[in-house]
Design a protein. Sequence first.
Length: 369
Amino acid sequence: MPRLILLRGLVSNMPNYFKLHTLIERHWQKPYPVLSFLLKPLSGLFAKIAAKRRDDFVSGRLKSEKLPVPVVVVGNIHAGGTGKTPIVAALVSGLQEKGVKVGIISRGYGRKSKAVHVLNEKSRAEDAGDEPLLLFRKTGAPTAVGVSRAEAGRALLAAHPDIGLIVADDGLQHYALRRDVEIVVFPAADTGRTDLDLLPNGSLREPLSRLDSADAVVVSGGKADASFMPSENMFHSRIETGQIYRLNRPSEKLDLAGLGNQAVAAVAGIAKPARFFDSLRNMGITLNQTVALPDHADISAADLPDADAVIITEKDAVKFSDGIGLNHIWVLPVCAIIEPDLAEFVLERLEGAEGRLKARFGRSDHGLE
């Protein structure tokens, strides 16, 4: 009870702009001793609940469903902000280049409906969620969303029976769906930290020891600490930016030299908006205004600042169903470069698991046929 009273007092004395979620996120990056004292017991409780839930599925006390095609889960043990979505897109594209017919399933966080939805050309962010819609548009891979990943997988296979492999975007903790390969994305900034903790005292959904059982770990966003080697299969990814394009006319690229004295603003509704703003500045763009929105936030033209040019993320761009009257909106595309070849690793891993790829589809040197 004293801890709760102290927490209430701390929150009630915050300035209006200092929202609780912002305080917690800052605490995750640089722990405040007072908050650690308050939240540590809750993290201990969370750890026990998370461990029991996973053990229930692993032991068979709770049932998990196996789909008729291999499932590759790409997730994280963090509560977002690891740069997972570009890595999923890169993996799917890499598999496609090797001749694999890939499908994508996801929960579809932030969408308005809970019903399973198989994406099509008319799908919008409110139907599918921003990240699945972005993956669908970037890769062209058949995609389905649903709270139950198994149900989404069944719907996807019914609509696209030629799919040979499913990549599950997130869902590492969704143990109701069996998986053939687990890939965990881990941010480079956290590889040398010794103060990481589980929710709510820290940003982890599962303990660091969970990495030991994953098939591979991808370090994102920089160079890993030399001591960080949780898996014998380590990969590294970096983000490369493309040419900024006009939202309603993607073939038209932004002339950076032509910005001149124009007022330029940047808007980002992602977990780490500062990274986006820094990327633009590193391109030599002077930002007169930046607007950081919560991750997955709804965004419309009314939310955009008054500026000659407004630059947004690809994830936010999919929330605009049309570009009518938005000639001043520009989009920064990004892609993940993963080394070594993650797609080839996945195929090799699957070939060694029950031989299902070869038995069901046949296998060439570079993918499914």
